[in-house]
Design a protein around this ligand. Structure first.
Ligand code: ZN
Length: 151
């Protein structure tokens, strides 16, 4: 079973390496609720000490689908498709997805995903509490003078 490598860490950050996306299939975990083995999925929250988002990298082998639909209680999810193509369904709506597709799903949306292509589908899922975003982009931040150490 593949493990996340720690790159660097200090008071204000955590940096990890999950390896190449083609090797995502080597990650596995035991689903905490139904105790089944989930392959090709890695959650990053704990490795990153994240406090506002849960991020996972996921892979689906060719012509397979996530074997269940699911909802969340509080978190919306954003799916970012990196490779492969297939279908995404939310409630009664089903539509095509491929590299570059991005889907936000409200917590209550009953969601499922299928890779109908002949290549592995890889995708990111970002979970964040619905309606938690207040200031964002340039409203949350300011430029500060720092001499880059890579010079
Ligand atoms: Zn989910």
């Amino acid at each position: 079973m593949k493990e996340i490598k720690k790159l660097s860490e200090n008071t204000h950050y955590s940096a990890i390496d999950i390896g190449e996306l083609k090797d995502l299939k080597d990650y596995s975990l035991i689903h905490p609720k139904n105790k089944s083995m989930v392959e090709g999925k890695v959650f990053l929250k704990d490795a990153l000490n994240a406090t506002g988002t849960q991020i996972s990298f996921n892979s689906l082998p060719p012509e397979t689908e996530q074997p269940y639909f699911h909802i969340h209680w509080k978190n919306e999810e954003t799916y970012i498709i990196l490779s492969g193509s297939g279908f995404f369904q939310v409630d009664d709506d089903c539509f095509n997805i491929k590299e570059g597709s991005v889907i936000r799903v409200a917590p209550q949306g009953k969601r499922g995903i299928r890779n109908s292509s002949k290549e592995t589908m890889t995708y990111l899922v970002i979970q964040a509490k619905q309606n938690s975003l207040e200031e964002h982009t340039t409203d949350d931040g300011e430029r500060i003078p720092v001499e880059p150490k890579w010079r």
